[in-house]
Structure formats: structure tokens, C-alpha cells
Write a protein that binds this ligand. Structure first.
Ligand code: UT7
Length: 333
């Protein structure tokens, strides 16, 4: 019997209308378009402005687009997994909120928090349910309202992040396509360099946590950069080597979009030409776990069945990982 693999059969996304560009940021904090473009590569990011709406507002829209594109009814969905570091609430899960808003009633749902590696971790997890043969249609939604946790008076973090949500459908196949191999790693010592201190059980919300700005993203850029630049390249090269892939065999690198310099260093270690690297950081910034599927969504029409893709990410935790994926369809959607 041939092995059951999990293959992506569709991609949806939602990006808020409001665009915060570098020029406007320059009026809010002491920064310039030149600094942000040279050091990071971001021109603009999208921000969810709707009052009282969180990650699920965008996730709902991404899932609805996915269902429409794949001609799927909510009743056919067996499982919804949501990667997010900005859930609507600490509990219940944002996956449950999205599923309810979309009308998915015959599934179970949960969230995965793996920082910017959230899509990699969640796709791996979802693939195991599909490979078991028990789950036929699984949705991985990545929904991030980073603007809710960014301090717009801190120039070292506020230019970096944006809001977005994406959704991919995973289904079983016996063809030689889909999720072929993966590497996932974590190192909890990274928490010192990238975290949000308050709002959890250590420091519940209080006047003091608000006064001390403990509900915002805290990042020490340089140590995070140093680890990201080596770890993301390490796992990308490792997954190529153990699958006997050379740069010629790879159609696309789909990297997490945190910093253009990290993406370039990863592609260089893989000996990949820049034309084979998906980069849209200039338009969306770092949308945490949504960056990789946001690339897949944008490049969907250029992808062909059987294309070899390497997906790679690094993020809070630290978490990092890579996936070797053979693309599952030619897009006429
Ligand atoms: O996605 C999750 C994982 N996160 C990452 O992968 C992010 C990794 N880190 C990075 O991408 C980079 O470290 C940053 C983009 C966050 C920062 O870039 P950097 O080249 O490491 O800058 P830096 O922190 O070393 O700062 C250099 C200088 C400093 O000034 P001095 O001390 O040299 O006078 C900063 O104060 O740039 C200054 N600076 C800015 N200047 C203008 C920091 N932010 C800004 C800014 N505009 N927005």
C-alpha cells in the first residue's frame, strides 16, 4: 500500500485595508524609511483598525476565502488548528472562535503557539492527523494581530510587525506530493530575548504591568538576529542534504519574513538564486506565523504540481524548523 501523505490543496488569506507606511511611522517615532529599508527591508505593513476585533476577525475571512476557493462546505472540515501568538483571548482557543464564526460544526479545534515558526509547527502537527488516515480535510489557519502587542513609541520594534491571517487546506494523497520531510527544533533559553512578559500567569494584568509596558513585544534584536541567521540556514541546508536535493532541484525557498538580511543569508547558504526566493516583507512586514502561507497565497498562480519547496522559519521560543514540500496542484483558481 502506498503511503498516505498530507498535501496542501488550497490557500486563503486576509490582509486588513489600512496601510501604515514608513513615512507615517517616521512621524510617530524617530526613524526613517532609509533605516527600515536598509536594516530590515519593510516599506509598509497592514494594520487591523476595527475596534474590538482580534485575530479571529481576520482568520474567519481567510478561512471563508479558502472554503470558497476549494469549493468546500464547513461541514466537511474535520479539524481546525490555529497558529497564533495574538489569540483573541487567552482562552478559549482562537481556532474555536474562527470555526464557530465560519460555521464549522463537525470538527475539533485548538491553537498552537510557536512564535514565528507557528505555521511550520502547525503544518507538521496537522499532517500527522491527515497521515493517520482518519482526517480528510484539515485547516491550518495562521492569524496574527501583532499591532495589538506592539508599542508604537518603541522604534526598535514598531516598524517590524504587521497584521494578517492565512488559511491552508490539508488533505490526504497517495501521490508522491505533499509534506515529504520536516525538521523542528526549540530552545527555551530564547525566551530571554523575545517575549511578552505580562498577561500570563506570572504577571497578570495590573496597573503596574501597564505602567511598566509589560504587555508589549520585548525583543533584543541582535541576539535574535544572530540565532535566526544561523539556525534558519542550518535547518534549510540539513533538510536539503538529507533529501539529496541540490539548489537546482528547488523551485522555491519560502522563508519567514522577519528581515531581508536573514532571508538573503539563508538563500546564500542554500546556494539558491534570488529569483527562487519568495520575498514580500516590503509589503506586509513580519506577520509572525502568517508570513510563509502569505507567500504561498501570493505566489499560488506561479506554483506547479511537483515543485520542490523548502519552507523555513525562526521565532520566539526560540523555535525554528524547515519543511520539504512537494506542491500539490496547478492553480487555475
Ligand atoms: O520574527 C521573529 C524573530 N525575529 C527576528 O528574526 C528579528 C531579528 N533581529 C533583527 O532583524 C534586527 O536585529 C533588527 C531589525 C530588530 C534591528 O536591526 P539591527 O541591525 O540589529 O539594529 P540594532 O538593534 O543593532 O541597532 C542599530 C542602531 C542603534 O543605534 P546606535 O546604538 O548604534 O546608536 C539603534 O538605536 O540603530 C538604531 N535603531 C534605529 N534607528 C532608526 C534601532 N531601531 C531604529 C529605527 N530607526 N527604527
Amino acid at each position: 500500500m502506498s503511503k498516505i501523505r498530507a498535501t496542501i490543496t488550497g490557500v486563503g488569506a486576509y490582509v486588513p485595508d489600512y496601510i501604515l507606511d514608513n513615512h507615517e511611522l517616521g512621524k510617530m517615532v524617530d526613524t526613517t524609511d532609509e533605516w527600515i529599508m536598509t536594516r530590515v527591508g519593510i516599506k509598509e505593513r497592514h494594520i487591523l483598525k476595527e475596534k474590538g476585533e482580534g485575530a479571529s476577525f481576520m482568520g474567519e475571512r481567510a478561512v471563508k476565502q479558502l472554503l470558497e476557493k476549494t469549493n468546500t462546505s464547513p461541514d466537511e472540515i474535520d479539524l481546525v488548528l490555529c497558529s497564533t501568538v495574538t489569540p483573541d483571548m487567552l482562552f478559549p482557543s482562537t481556532a474555536s472562535v474562527i470555526a464557530d464564526k465560519v460555521g464549522i460544526k463537525k470538527a475539533f479545534h485548538f491553537d498552537i503557539n510557536a512564535g514565528c515558526s507557528g505555521f511550520i509547527y502547525t503544518l507538521i502537527t496537522a499532517s500527522k492527523f491527515v497521515e493517520s488516515g482518519q482526517y480528510k480535510k484539515v485547516i491550518v489557519v495562521s492569524a496574527e494581530k501583532m499591532s495589538a502587542v506592539v508599542d508604537y513609541t518603541d522604534r526598535t520594534t514598531c516598524p517590524l510587525f504587521g497584521d494578517a491571517a492565512t488559511a491552508v487546506m490539508l488533505e490526504p494523497t497517495s501521490e508522491n506530493i505533499g509534506l515529504m520531510d520536516y525538521i523542528a527544533r526549540s530552545d527555551g533559553m530564547g525566551r530571554h530575548y523575545l517575549h511578552m512578559k505580562a498577561g500570563g500567569s506570572c504577571y497578570p494584568s495590573s496597573h503596574e504591568t501597564i505602567d511598566k509596558k509589560m504587555h508589549y513585544v520585548y525583543q533584543e534584536g541582535q541576539p535574535v538576529f544572530k540565532h535566526a541567521v544561523s539556525k534558519m540556514a542550518d535547518v534549510s541546508v540539513e533538510i536539503m542534504e538529507r533529501n539529496n536535493l541540490t539548489a537546482n532541484d528547488i523551485a522555491w525557498l519560502v522563508p519567514h519574513q522577519a528581515n531581508n538580511r536573514i532571508i538573503e543569508a539563508t538563500a546564500k547558504r542554500m546556494e539558491l538564486a534570488p529569483e527562487k526566493v519568495m520575498v514580500n516583507i516590503q509589503m506586509y512586514g513580519n506577520t509572525t506565523s502568517a508570513t510563509i502561507p502569505l507567500c504561498l497565497w501570493e505566489w499560488e498562480n506561479q506554483l506547479e504540481k511537483g515543485d520542490n519547496l523548502i519552507l523555513s522559519a525562526f521565532g520566539a521560543g526560540f523555535t525554528w524548523g524547515s519543511i520539504f514540500l512537494k506542491w500539490g496542484y496547478n492553480s487555475d483558481k
